[in-house]
Design a protein around this ligand. Structure first.
Ligand code: PLP
Ligand code: COI
Length: 387
């Protein structure tokens, strides 16, 4: 018989203060009959890296036109079978998200602003003419999976359990139109640092040959196609000896936008305090990062100036050269906050902050991680207790 589980309220998991909407979403429980042994799991958790290992279970939900979302289930993490004509494979209706579950010092497990990821997922769905998954279902699916996979949440500093929700069009039909059937999956992967060097400063390559997003395109959506289009540019960046690509705008080819899988922030000084500058979102071509938004808020809470505006490659490179720009960093769920130590383009190479992690960068990183691990006060209610 199938057991039912409600969001976080799994049998055996600890209860947490949820609102009723979240608990109202339940999933059939058909867990993996052959999960990893404790010894195998511990071995993985000793050095998880990023995106290399997956936990024993996933959440599965299907949608059909006219019927809406069906009953979800937690079941074994396993390959899925797809009709070769499935629209996702041809016309690219595929979106995803990324957020993390963290251990707290008190021994609990929390997520950080999962509702913001849920809302961005719904916006991505809308842009790709896919059905929106209700925010409370998204959050409850994550709570259910994390509660079940609690033992997979690593404990060492700098580690977490990365959650990867995705939705693909599964209807097997040829013809360019929105599909009538979709599959939502949510799986989890224990995570250490995204970059192999940890928080060592990264080098970035400003790509002048490729474009990530143009006005009216899909740049603000977290859709698979954006990443497919980025791969050659990222390959170029690696070939130039850099860790990550930096995108510039498609129209004037001069404004800094973001990086391959993260937003970018520049640290200046104003009135004896740090001043953060990050590209604004008005062009509709950047992914509105939840880490970006959180850092702007945290900076303003500290009475620092945090400015969203256009910044050109010329301004950036001349500010680095003159020393006006003090620090630069990448920010995103996977990257957390990673210092940028050098910037390269076809026109030259510039070293930022003497190639060392900047003080403001590391200070913000520590503040963000303290908040995410429940070690700091949470005035904005961003931390979501799971179990
Ligand atoms: N930009 C891109 C292209 C990304 O893939 C990501 C990661 O999700 C981000 C920015 C940062 O977003 P977030 O802070 O929500 O993880
Ligand atoms: C994330 O930060 O969660 C992403 O999805 C970006 C990807 C580079 C892993």
């Amino acid at each position: 018989m199938t057991r039912r589980i409600a969001g976080s309220l799994l049998a055996g998991a600890c209860a947490a203060p949820y609102d009723r909407a979240v608990n109202a979403t339940t999933f059939d429980l058909r867990p993996n009959p052959r999960p990893h042994t404790d010894a195998d799991r511990h071995k993985v958790l000793e050095n998880p890296g990023f995106g290399r290992f997956f936990t024993d279970n996933m959440v599965v939900l299907r949608y059909a036109e006219g019927q809406g979302w069906g009953r979800g289930a937690l079941e074994a993490y396993a390959p899925i079978s797809l009709d070769p004509a499935a629209s996702a494979l041809h016309y690219g209706q595929a979106i995803f998200e990324g957020f993390k579950a963290y251990r707290t010092d008190a021994g609990g497990v929390v997520t950080f602003r999962p509702d913001a990821n849920a809302r961005r997922f719904a916006r991505s769905a809308e842009r790709l003419a896919m059905p929106a998954l209700p925010v409370e279902t998204f959050v409850a699916a994550a709570d259910a999976l994390i509660s079940h996979e609690r033992a997979w949440v690593p404990t060492q500093p700098g580690t977490s359990l990365y959650l990867r929700p995705l939705m693909i069009a599964t209807e097997g039909v040829l013809g360019v139109r929105p599909a009538h059937e979709y599959l939502f999956l949510l799986f989890a992967s224990p995570a250490g640092a995204y970059f192999s060097g940890g928080v060592k400063p990264v080098s970035v390559w400003i790509s002048e040959d490729y474009v990530r997003a143009s006005p009216g395109g899909t740049g603000t959506a977290k859709c698979a196609g954006n990443y497919a289009a980025s791969l050659v540019a990222q390959r170029d960046a690696l070939a130039k000896g850099c860790d990550q690509v930096v995108w510039i705008d498609a129209v004037e080819r001069k404004w800094i936008e973001e990086m391959g899988g993260m937003n970018v922030m520049f640290v200046y000084e104003a009135g004896g305090k740090p001043l953060l500058v990050t590209p604004d979102l008005t062009s509709g071509t950047l992914l509105p990062g939840i880490t970006r938004d959180s850092l702007l808020t945290l900076a303003r809470d500290r009475d620092w100036q945090a400015v969203e505006r256009r910044i050109s490659v010329d301004e950036l490179t001349s500010d680095i050269a003159s020393g006006k720009l003090k620090e630069a960093f990448a920010c995103g769920t996977a990257a957390v906050i990673t210092p940028i130590g050098s910037v390269k383009s076809s026109r030259g190479a510039w070293t930022v902050a003497e190639g060392q992690p900047g003080k403001v960068t590391m200070d913000l990183r520590e503040q963000l991680l303290s908040l995410q691990h429940g070690r700091a006060p949470d005035p904005h209610g961003w931390v979501h207790p799971v179990c």
